[in-house]
Design a protein around this ligand. Structure first.
Ligand code: GSH
Length: 216
């Protein structure tokens, strides 16, 4: 098999998304660390892999990709016969799963990523103070998204359907960061969302991805 490579940082939510997907598929890969503090993501050789200068980038032999969600979709289709089935063969089921992948990318992630920047990156990585007004505004936006999730998860065990799929997997890294912040209350106050979070965060593939942060 061609050598799979993930270029990125283990603190990156987008890189962790790809790593978790590879773990779910039981695929071995080489992790190529990119020192973002030193600006390696904005220079060669990384910039040839992603001209937007953002991690992760991915290689499967001759195929070179960027954009974490495009990478996970490729992995799920190309390695459909391995590990966890993260997509559905049935087009209608897949269409519903596709809806929830779009919801994650366009409704959930913008609010979640803004809160991670304010509540994690600014205070813990940049030594800056969080902006309370921005936090309040984006907690409000996230709460509205999670109200929709609460209704969906009351009728479906997972977002995309009966099984854990890419639609759930795509949330793991952002939810994990938010669970260490005051935004945790938004998840915990909604029983179905809370149970779903506990379920997906307990997946061995996620635990294994997170363990990479502890390696020297
Ligand atoms: N939509 C992209 C987002 C990638 C992204 O924002 N990566 C962040 C780290 S999580 C990054 O490289 N930030 C540095 C920058 O934007 O300069 C994806 O899903 O891969």
């Amino acid at each position: 098999m061609a050598c799979l490579k993930v270029h990125g940082s283990v603190v990156s939510t987008a890189a962790l998304r790809v790593i978790t997907c590879l773990n779910e598929k039981d695929l071995e890969f080489e992790f190529v660390p990119i020192n973002m503090g030193a600006g390696e993501h904005k220079k060669e050789p990384f910039i040839s892999l992603n001209p937007f200068g953002q991690v992760p980038a991915f290689e499967d032999g001759d195929l070179k990709l960027f954009e974490s969600r495009a990478i996970t979709k490729y992995i799920a289709y190309e390695y459909a016969g391995k590990g966890t089935q993260l997509i559905y063969p049935d087009p209608k089921k897949m269409a519903i799963l596709g809806v929830w992948m779009e919801v994650e990318a366009h409704q959930f992630d913008p609010a979640a990523s803004k809160l991670i920047f304010e509540l994690v990156v600014k205070p813990l990585m940049l030594g800056l103070t969080s902006d309370g007004a921005v936090v309040e505004e984006y907690e409000g936006k996230l709460a509205k998204v999670l109200d929709v999730y609460e209704a969906r998860l009351a009728e479906s065990k997972y977002l995309g359907g009966d099984c854990f799929t890419l639609a759930d997997l795509h949330h793991l890294s952002t939810i994990n960061y938010l669970m260490g912040t005051q935004a945790k209350k938004l998840f915990e106050s909604r029983p179905h969302v809370s149970a779903w979070c506990a379920d997906i965060l307990a997946r061995p593939a996620w635990t294994k991805a997170l363990a990479m942060q502890k390696k020297p």
